[in-house]
Write a protein that binds this ligand. Structure first.
Ligand code: ADP
Length: 624
């Protein structure tokens, strides 16, 4: 908050709250002379407030001073994709740019590659509200009062929270006007959820249920603290429910949870305050032990080897965290669950044995999980109706997207002064079209190609699916996928990388075999099969010391294809050879499993999704 005036014109509590979130999101690069950041605003209703906040972050001071640095925030409106796209391209000409998006999947691929960072802005935390009240309004409020404030509509907060007005009066005025839960800030926070009845968590659910048994046994004196898993790192796209996982886990284990995050701990800016706040969270969890300490945004701690601006701050912060994790002050009884979007950006030492040595990636929910998540958020509404149609139409959506869709449908019904009907859900679902059978068959061939290659190479397939519909509102979307269990203990040898490349290319190889050719889909976009395989092949040669030559450059496995310009021609040729060899290998694997492939194409077309067990059974049966 030190960069913004307490009396910035037209700024009220919501603007300062939004400012905190935006400032935290760009913390690492705000001093860089050039940057382009994408912010995904989870409550689109308040996007204008975030726009003002982004303006304040880009133009500190009183907001009127004109410096020679060209800066610009803009809003990318889903309703006007064309205009927004050209505005964004124009904005990217500036030195410092913040683009606000309503949804992550509305970021066009050409804009995404131009952004240095994409951050999802979550709901303001009670800690942020306390910080703003302290700094701007010079009023100390409790965590409970902060939560109560945050449950009110931002428009109302603007009028009611005023300098000099005691918090008790603020809260009673708000309550008397009966404005709670209008903004969706505290709606459906999952406060009744246990892991047993949640979906979309894959291995993390099994891990949590095991932990619940262990904690039960620990409390009963049957096992010792040393027998309990003490740390978990959850990674995955924003909105896949990592934060609510921590709460549901604690509820399932019957223990309290303490929440912390880098931005919350650094609310006051100084390193000393940061370390003090972090140690206080560990101490609080220890006092409540057995307890869970949830650390959000672990990737914003950075990496001590990263040569960015704040290296010295990051190094000290990470060292402080390592001390806390190692329990120099004894952390018996405290299970640490951390969440991040980019596990590759985490300092390796944090993930070492005895610290956060278990890593589980949460994938986008499949159709079955989406249906279960829809049911959770419907909270009993439409209980007797079939909602498969909506589970299919929401392909590519995160849990958070599903929660928002249901909120939108509920709002529609409220406006019409009746309870929710299927037609309300239909009205808010992303517009989609049924994929023609011929294309669907090609998708099935492609995904079964990945699945078969993975199974043949000993990977554990969780499920494989294809989407029968395509959304018309977004460029970036999955039309299916084969999902494999993560293998945290696997040694990442040359063979490991070759296998991964073979699995990546196997989709299009299968298209060649069964359809006679493949299309360009395997090479478009950073997340495409061929680009991923290419990055791995180049990394083997250029970065990981697993190629023909023994030199290693610093590793940044998040770089885009454009950055491969640094890579010399001979490395490129060696990488190309690796790719060709793995294409031939995938070819041979799929030919060997031709019979199983054909059977599985039919089953996948019929059911849209198959379990890993089913695929394995068909493969084994055909080999007999
Ligand atoms: P993350 O921490 O991964 O960014 P959150 O835990 O903050 O995601 O999820 C945001 C919201 O999305 C939750 O409050 C919840 O309403 C919804 N949500 C996400 N995943 C799930 C899930 N698996 N089941 C039910 N709701 C979910």
């Amino acid at each position: 908050m030190k960069f913004i005036s307490r009396t910035r014109p037209n700024f009220c509590l919501p603007d300062y709250l939004a400012y905190c979130s935006v400032a935290a999101a760009v913390r690492h690069i705000r001093r860089a002379p050039h940057f382009a950041v994408g912010l995904v605003i989870s409550q689109s209703a308040d996007i204008d407030t975030y726009y003002r906040a982004a303006h304040a972050v880009l133009k500190p001071g009183d907001g009127r001073r004109n410096s020679d640095v060209r800066t610009l925030p803009i809003i990318f409106k889903d309703a006007q994709p064309q205009t927004s796209h050209s505005n964004a391209i124009e904005a990217l000409e500036n030195d410092k740019v913040i683009i606000l998006f309503e949804r992550e999947d509305s970021i066009p691929p050409d804009i995404r590659v131009a952004l240095d960072l994409v951050v999802r802005i979550g709901i303001p935390t009670p800690e942020q509200a306390r910080g703003v009240m302290r700094w701007v309004y010079r009023t100390e409020i409790s965590g409970l009062q902060a939560k109560e404030l945050l449950a009110h509509d931002w428009e109302r907060l603007r009028h009611v929270v005023r300098p000099g007005r005691p918090i008790s009066r603020v809260l009673s005025t708000l309550t008397n006007h009966n404005t709670t839960v209008a903004s969706g800030l505290s709606e459906s926070d999952g406060s009744e959820l246990f892991l047993q009845n949640m979906a979309g968590y894959g291995e993390a659910r099994d891990w949590g249920l095991e932990l619940a048994t262990d904690i039960h046994d620990l409390k009963a004196g049957l096992i010792e603290w040393n027998d309990v898993d003490k740390g978990l790192l959850l990674s995955g796209p924003p909105g896949t429910g990592k934060t609510i996982y921590a709460d549901a886990l604690a509820r399932t284990c019957g223990v309290p949870v303490v929440h912390g995050s880098a931005s919350q701990w650094q609310a006051r800016g100084h390193l000393g305050d940061f370390l003090k706040a972090m140690r206080a969270s560990f101490a609080e969890a220890k006092k409540l032990a057995p307890a869970i300490l949830f650390i959000d945004e672990l990737d914003s701690f950075g990496d001590r080897n990263d040569e960015s601006n704040n290296q010295s701050y990051d190094t000290k912060a990470i060292n402080g965290l390592l001390e806390c994790l190692d329990g120099s002050q004894d952390r018996d009884g405290v299970v640490v669950v951390a969440a991040c979007n980019f596990p590759d950006r985490i300092d390796g030492a944090i993930l070492r044995s005895g610290r956060l040595d278990r890593h589980i990636r949460i994938e986008l929910p499949n159709a079955e999980a989406r249906e279960a998540i829809l049911r959770i958020h419907l909270r009993g509404e439409l209980a007797l109706e079939d909602i498969t149609e909506f589970a299919l139409a929401s392909v590519g959506a995160t849990g958070a997207d599903i929660a928002r869709l249901i909120r939108d449908a509920r709002r529609l019904a409220r406006r019409k002064k009746r309870s929710m009907l299927q037609q309300d859900l239909r009205a808010v679902m992303p517009k989609s079209e049924v994929i023609p059978r011929e294309n669907l068959y090609a998708n099935a061939v492609h995904e079964i190609g990945h699945a078969i290659a993975g199974v043949a190479l000993g990977l554990e397939l969780r499920h494989v699916e294809i989407s029968p519909v395509i959304r018309l509102t977004s460029d970036v979307q999955g039309l299916g996928g084969a999902c494999f269990a993560s293998r945290p203990w696997e040694r990442r040898t040359r063979q490991h990388y070759l296998d991964m490349i073979a699995v990546y290319v196997a989709g299009s190889v299968a298209e060649d075999i069964f359809l006679g050719s493949h299309d360009d889909g395997w090479a478009i976009g950073k997340a495409s099969d061929l680009q991923r395989a290419t990055r791995l092949a180049i990394d083997m040669e250029f970065v990981l010391g697993l190629g023909e030559h023994l030199f290693a450059h610093s590793s940044d496995i998040n770089r885009g294809m454009a950055e491969f310009r640094d890579v010399d021609q001979s490395t490129m040729l060696r990488a190309d050879r690796i790719l060709r060899e793995q294409v031939a290998r995938a070819h041979e694997i799929i030919e060997r499993h031709r019979e199983a492939s054909v059977k599985l194409h039919g089953e996948l077309l019929e059911h849209s999704g198959l379990s890993g067990e089913r695929v394995l059974a068909v493969v084994e049966e055909a080999m007999k």
